[in-house]
Design a protein around this ligand. Structure first.
Ligand SMILES: CC(C)(COP(=O)(O)OP(=O)(O)OC[C@H]1O[C@@H](n2cnc3c(N)ncnc32)[C@H](O)[C@@H]1OP(=O)(O)O)[C@@H](O)C(=O)NCCC(=O)NCCS
Length: 171
């Protein structure tokens, strides 16, 4: 399944993407903000990700490509309450150009219109202003703070901010 907005495409990952995933996931910001990313991030980690063997991140995982080049990742897990939980990253040299905002809009539209989901949520670190801005630009509302919510591999225990989007709120 593929989703498209002009030159931006969301498509399934393939094993050919492993080198791009390894390079992206060793980026300092991606490692700092996303606790489920192993560090260092190896080819085996990327292969397991592409093959759907990583637990807890959801089965709907897409490469974000721009004119055919991998520039990011966006994915979603869906629970029994028809709620999707979204996560994303963007490669360093493609940041600040709206790539993740456009990708998130595509995924949210697919989640509501094609999958019939009734709530989408995402969490960010309280200090991750870039990610919060992406969520807000698409219409997500800030709900509150989950205290001492996530343990990072480097031992940091951090709060999370919960954002949600309901049908009809996508902008
Ligand atoms: C967060 C991230 C996905 C954003 O991707 P992106 O493609 O650069 O996002 P966009 O260009 O669509 O939008 C970024 C917005 O955040 C803003 N922003 C970025 N850094 C910011 C900061 N430190 N403080 C405030 N706003 C910030 C940008 O100005 C932009 O908003 P604007 O369009 O109103 O100017 C990317 O920086 C990233 O991959 N970071 C590391 C991994 C990560 O944090 N993932 C999310 C975990 S919840």
């Amino acid at each position: 399944m593929e989703l498209r907005d002009g030159d931006l495409q969301l498509r399934p990952w393939t094993l050919d993407d492993v080198p791009a995933i390894v390079e992206a996931c060793n980026d300092a910001d991606i490692q700092h903000w996303i606790p489920v990313i192993p560090r260092p991030y190896t080819k085996d980690d990327a292969r397991a990700f592409v093959l759907g063997e990583v637990a807890g991140i959801g089965r709907q995982q897409f490469a974000i490509t721009e004119s055919g080049r991998v520039v990011g990742s966006i994915g979603m897990g869906v629970n029994d309450s028809h709620t999707g939980h979204v996560g994303y990253w963007c490669v360093r040299d493609a940041r600040g150009r709206g790539v993740t905002t456009r990708a998130l809009r595509l995924l949210c539209d697919h989640a509501f219109e094609d999958l019939g989901l009734e709530r989408l949520e995402l969490i960010t670190d309280p200090d991750n202003r870039g990610s919060q801005r992406v969520a807000e630009k698409v219409g997500f509302q800030r709900e509150g703070v989950l205290r001492s919510h996530l343990l990072h591999p480097d031992g940091r225990r951090r709060d999370s901010v919960m954002f949600s989007l309901l049908p009809g709120e996508l902008i």
